[in-house]
Design a protein around this ligand. Structure first.
Ligand code: SF4
Length: 442
């Protein structure tokens, strides 16, 4: 798109140009839904065109829009047609999120069809979770074991650069896939491979086209931006679409519910040490030891709490998996604060060293896990009443779980408080118990 401001046009003139562009997009939208002669089998559906034009109107007015439309109206075409044309005209990034990978695949098919019909040519990047990709580094490590199963097949996948699980024709049993798929971990910091996972993650930060992801991924991105960390998607994303938006509350609750256990924390703390160049590590060592000790003390106390609840309960709680975290227990709170404080000190020390240039040059992509976790836990400790806290027990594994109480406020802030315009759509956004959309999110 031409940047007309360089021609010295006034805001009023720019608005006129924008309105006339949107008007010509609406003409194409109307033609698409009315003129169906060259699309045998395509039915005109009541309300579909209205929904498409309402969406364009919201874009023109720079507003969010929430559309509740019954099953069978053809909601996906109703937002895809205007958005494909809008993206083609403006080249501003658009993110579409739905709730399952099956729906993502269905939308991908719809988009391919519509691109041919509308004669538009933008790329659509299909984002999947980590475990859907083969990790080149982990596969090489796996193949270094001379007893590795499926060595020939896996070597062939590496040589053909076939890394998306959906494209892999050979059947790989879950216990092998688990060892070779992408996992966040220390190895990533020193990995210099180009791989499909890394390429996709880099691409979605810079694309001006369309990204198709799931609601969890989009929520994680928005949460990162909300916490002033680097997000996963292009920070200039202009339009966000949440399809199947009735699932959003559950998705946001699940993304913001965090489980931590002693061994994963100890790994993160050890990992954090590698954020610092080898010369500076002795300087950080005492912070690492303090954080590891406080973590161990906290979880030891949680194990005691679980044991006490099992023994003191009149019911048989031997097989229970959820236990109270007693906020009124001063020792529990004090140990939680110590663990949080030492983790935060370690995180700050590492970040301070980074300012002086002794943080190791890292090739990592994705979350800077430890620092983000230390910030989040600090937030939990500072606003304890805003969180639900409990303990979970799976076999011998004890997990400390925290979940914010105010999911609706979080949705409101993440999805309607940023610079992107949001389109929520579903057949069942409201019901008598949840109230109107304004009541839920405004
Ligand atoms: S960049 Fe990450 S995902 Fe890609 S091969 Fe390396 S470790 Fe695996």
């Amino acid at each position: 798109m031409l940047d007309y401001s360089i021609f010295g046009l006034s805001n009023e003139e720019l608005n006129k140009i924008r309105a006339s562009r949107i008007y010509s997009i609406s003409e194409r939208v109307s033609t698409f839904f009315w003129n169906t002669d060259d699309r045998p089998g395509f039915e005109e559906r009541e309300g579909q065109q209205d929904m498409a034009l309402e969406i364009l109107d919201a874009l023109k007015r720079n507003q969010h829009i929430l559309v509740e439309a019954g099953v069978g109206i053809g909601k996906s075409y109703a937002y895809l047609v205007p958005l494909l044309l809008y993206n083609q005209a403006y080249r501003k990034p658009i993110v579409i999120a739905t709730s399952t990978i099956a729906l993502q695949e269905q939308l991908m098919g719809d988009i391919d069809y519509l691109k041919r019909q509308l004669r538009v040519s933008q790329n659509v990047i299909f984002v999947k979770g980590q475990t859907n990709y083969l990790c080149v580094k982990r596969t090489e490590e796996y193949l270094n074991n001379k007893n590795a199963d499926m060595a020939e097949e896996l070597s062939e996948l590496l040589s053909k650069k076939c890394q998306d699980r959906a494209d892999i024709k050979v059947s790989i049993p879950p216990h092998i896939w688990d060892q070779i798929c992408v996992r966040y971990g220390r190895g990533r910091r020193t990995c210099h491979h180009r791989c499909q996972y890394r390429d996709t993650r880099v691409l979605i930060r810079y694309t001006s086209e369309i990204v198709l992801c799931n609601q969890d991924f989009l929520t994680v991105h928005l949460l990162k931006e909300d916490r002033l960390n680097e997000g996963l998607l292009n920070p200039g994303t202009e339009v966000i679409v949440v399809d199947e938006a009735h699932n959003l509350e559950n998705k946001v609750r699940s993304v913001t519910t965090e489980r931590i256990n002693q061994s994963s924390l100890e790994k993160m703390i050890e990992e954090a040490l590698y954020d610092v160049g080898s010369d500076a590590r002795p300087q950080v060592e005492s912070y690492v030891q303090a954080a590891a000790k406080a973590t161990s003390n906290f979880f030891q106390y949680l194990r005691g709490q679980v044991q006490r609840q099992i023994t003191e309960s009149p019911q048989n709680m031997k097989y229970a998996d959820r236990f109270f975290f007693k906020k009124e227990d001063p020792k529990a709170i004090s140990l939680l604060k110590q663990m949080t404080g030492t983790a935060k000190d370690l995180s700050e020390e590492i970040q301070l060293l980074a300012l002086f240039g002794v943080r190791s040059s890292s090739t990592t992509i994705g979350p800077d896990g430890f620092h983000e976790w230390a910030d989040r836990l600090t937030d939990v400790v500072e606003t304890l009443d805003d969180y639900l806290l409990w303990i979970e027990k799976r076999g011998n594994l004890i997990e400390f779980v925290h979940c914010p109480r105010n999911t609706k406020e979080i949705i409101s802030r993440l999805y309607f408080g940023g610079s992107a315009r949001t389109i929520l759509t579903s057949a069942t956004l409201t019901n008598s118990s949840t109230g109107s959309l304004q009541e839920q999110y405004s």
